[in-house]
Ligand binder design. Sequence first.
Ligand code: SF4
Length: 484
Amino acid sequence: MSIETSIGLETSQPYPYRRVELVEPDWRRFPGWADVTEDEWRSAQWQRSHCVKNVKQLRELLGDLVDERFYADLERDQAERATMSMLVPPQMMNTMVPTAPIGGSGSLTDALYADPVRVYMLPVFSDRRTDWPSHPHATRDSLHEHDMWVAEGLTHRYPTKVLAELLPTCPQYCGHCTRMDLVGNSTPQVDKLKFVGKPDTRLESMLDYLRTTPQVRDVVVSGGDVANMPIARLEAFLMALLEIENIRDIRLATKALMGLPQHWLQDDVKAGVERVAKVARARGVSLAIHTHVNHANSVTPLVAEAAKAMLEVGVRDVRNQGVILNGVNADPHALLDLCFTLLDGAQIMPYYFYMCDMIPFAEHWRISVADAQRLQHHIMGYLPGFATPRIVCDVPFVGKRWVHQLADYDQEKGISFWTKNYRTSIEAEDTDALKRMYQYYDPIHTLPVEGQSWWAHHADLDESALKAAEIAEASRRTAALQAY
Ligand code: SF4
């Protein structure tokens, strides 16, 4: 090795920043879209009516560029593992294998298997773990959002903020969706919960609660995805929210800003958001959009155009809340690439990265808290402070915690212990809520052999015995913490 090369290596940064130009991959490379025009591509209606919803439609799109074994793998996953039904808008499909050379039969197979957007939007059976496909503590509503409903679909978990699930659908369904209990169509594995109230009555009940609960100042207006609510109805709800004096922050949750940017570029949608933003500004309320982008490849010129359009009509900020997923973005370079692409290319503020929640069949995506801490360390210092995302663990019955905030950590068994400083809406009478330790669990396959053996033994116990063993351990740690 020459001296110059060795100096270069020693002085180079672990992450080499470089500005990347956004590219809209050419959708005509896929046989099924060979004749699709620019106008069709920019049409939200065309996008919605050409989503990939099943293996047959994927086969019509990609044909024999992908081997039969991939289609069979996908089909098996849909039947035996998937917690979300398939729904991929063309915009998202087009960000898969964006630069893979297209040759003859089967030429896209390996690239598609390895593609980060495919890994979470079109999970296949062979992606999933066979040793521990689900953690023993995985649950459908892992954050207990329904337990904390104060009106149907309105979760009051934190003291000053609420989550309003306006509707249970999205323009795209992510394989790892934390609201898999409620959102989307039922799958062979998951019979989805259904709202029972009529939509208008539900929304009115939410508004009634907010009118009579002055300590709530911040509403995450979500779903599902608000892009699936007709803009006139969304506008009416937001205007009603803005009439409530105590509401000072409104955040619209929409992955569609990335998955279906065409929606937010429609004239009637922009006009509706502009009217809401004008009233919000006049009343000193912050109106922001929170989107969900997990990989830099998803940030295309159309996504940047949609974000710009929202900022131009008066939305104060567009922020990103991604999810850390193995095979997608669980390394520092992928996270930094994503953050810089969002920030430089699309004026979208990197804000949070969540650890993937403990839902069924998610173990192949999840990482340990220790790995999340390492990721947080590695991404520090490159981005401006205000745009350096926090990696957070959403601890059941606690809420979001920065990954370095844990109180204790048994790395052998992969159990982290967390405390909290407020009561959720179901703990008003619980005098021990603020003294207790709350657990989060690392994926078992990431543990040392001793830890894996412990789980192999304890997973055989019935649920109450397992719980008793853990409660004993949590009590011991709580006592130790209090003594300290
Ligand atoms: S967009 Fe959000 S709510 Fe909809 S499926 Fe994806 S993660 Fe779930």
